[in-house]
Design a protein around this ligand. Structure first.
Ligand SMILES: [Zn+2]
Length: 87
């Protein structure tokens, strides 16, 4: 059994821990990087409502809310991570 094939800790930033974004969400994250106040606002409003849904993102009408974390929350969290990494 080869002893050298152990697990290796990632040396770069832990970006793999974040959920995947679609191309629009990725573009949103890049855009939000330049607007820290918007990132803070989104992260404050788009929170888990305690039932696994986003408190801010409605599906429409009385049908309820999107599952949390929503695309906006993920994009804002990614923008925040990029801002932190850029400093
Ligand atoms: Zn949301």
């Amino acid at each position: 059994m080869p002893a050298s094939a152990g697990s290796r800790a990632p040396a770069a930033a832990p970006r793999r821990a974040q959920p995947a974004l679609d191309p629009l969400g990725d573009l949103l994250a890049v855009t939000l990087e330049a607007h820290p106040e918007a990132v803070t606002d989104i992260l404050a409003k788009h929170v888990d409502d305690g039932r696994g849904d986003c408190r801010a993102c409605t599906i429409g009408g009385q049908r309820g809310h999107h599952t949390w974390p929503c695309t906006l929350h993920v994009a804002a969290a990614r923008a925040l991570a990029r801002q932190a990494g850029a400093q």
